[in-house]
Write a new protein. Sequence first.
Length: 582
Amino acid sequence: MRKAFWLAAALALAGVASAQTFVWPQKWTVAKPSEVKRGGTLRAAVISDYRTFNPFIAAEAGNVPDIISGDRGLVRRDPTTGDWIPYMAESWTVSPNKLEITFKIRRGMKWSDGKPITADDWIMTWRIHTDKAVGSNSYDSFFIDGKPITLKKIDDYTLRFIYPKTDAEAFAVASFEPWPAHVFGPVYQKEGAEGIKKMWTLNEKPGNIVSGGPWLIESYRPGERLVLKRNPAFGEWNKDAAGNPLPYLDRYEIKIVKDINAALAEFLAGNIDIFTPSTVDHISQVRQAIQQGRLDATLKVNASPVASSQFMVFNWNKASDPFKQSLFRSDKFRRAMSHIVNRQAVIDIVYGGLGTPMYTSVYPVLTQWINPKVPKYEYNLQQAAKLLAELGFTKKDREGYLVDSKGRRLEFNLSTNAGNNQREQIAKLIVDEAKKVGVKVNFQAIDFNTLVGQLLSSGPDRPFDAIIIGLSGGGLDWPFSSNVVPCKGNLHMWNKSGQCLDPRETQLDALYSRGRTELDFKKRVEIGYRMQEIEAQLLPVIYIAGPNYHPAWNNRLGGEHPDAIISAIWGQRELELTFIKK
């Protein structure tokens, strides 16, 4: 995001009054309101079952609270410009010192149970997120250098954010989704964090889940299907350019399938409406089905680079196995492991040539942030063997695996989520390449929820060796995450001891804060470049590669983005503006 927006555009919009209705801009869709048909069901598929309905303990991408909430906050980004615009707020003012933003909340918004949405909902949501005992994935977002960002209720429809320092992500912080204070507040006041963590489990009756977003839960069958229905209260203040309530759709059904190949089969059969192929084979199958008239669909190949990451992370907290702990904490070992990752083979075999190698935490689509001079530990088995020899692994046992002077074999376990065919393929490539240099890697695909549980575990002895997984999310204003980089972050996945164990972690922690509090975009990019250089030295996680973004959709759908917007950042459409054409 440009420096000028935070300073100039924010002030230009200060105090500007607008109607209580949010009108979704016509330029966000190719369809005119006169072309729209109301009703019908959007059909999609996911390969991992859901963990919870609770917004305060959900951590995985595509979780149920995020889905029913939509992109709901005081502000949101305009996909045509990338600028922040008022959403649940109707206007804002910024203090001269840039440390306070006062939002006027849009009046007339209601929860699905009819209660008004007011400042109390943001205040209660913020209080719960910032209670460390809750374990919210958003906890770290509300702190800068360990100092809290605070919220103050001025009146029922006025809210003030007070920042301890200037914050390049000030509007990103203000974009968090509120949840109903009248539902969560009484439980929190009576039972605290433990009470919150027991709420809205997957066994909760759908009718008890209160939403302020476009969707309500109609039904959920574990391992089978999540069915959402339109929230009429949302449409009372969200309208299209002709004044029609949104969303247009009546329902949104998400089928839970066993793997990506099963999702592809559902799309080819016309049983689901949206799919994002990520391999040449999948693209070819979709394209062939379209050309042969078996499928009436649209496919956009190479719409953009990927806006997510795929990586391998080692566990630094293995007190019960000092040998492995010492190994995993060695940057020389991690560099050797980076040298055994054949990223080009991953792109060719897993993504069919349509992918992008990764060497930093910055997503490939964010080209303005990527340091082109960052050191890369590319595929080089000779270099891997040399580094391992320097660590004392110079001999091999009878099975051909490296051992140290004490006869300890160089061996570790590697997991990823079952059903993600691509990650499973990546893992198998790593197993094969590691064997060539004498490293024994034991691969196992496990349940996604189990995998996430292991990754989020903390303390001196965590229950895994290495995991292949990915991250999505992240911002345009500052692409380094508040819950990943700082040593106490919830997703500081390699080291969940609660403190920095390597001086370079401390450096990154400090640079993260410097960058986030720097309002000058050019200076912020320079700090980001330095962070990537230190990341490359430390190599806390080994970035691999990602598929380019190739969205596809059944032509029964209307309301997609114009081509100029379609990308991994903005997706193929706004679901609120999507409709069934036929």
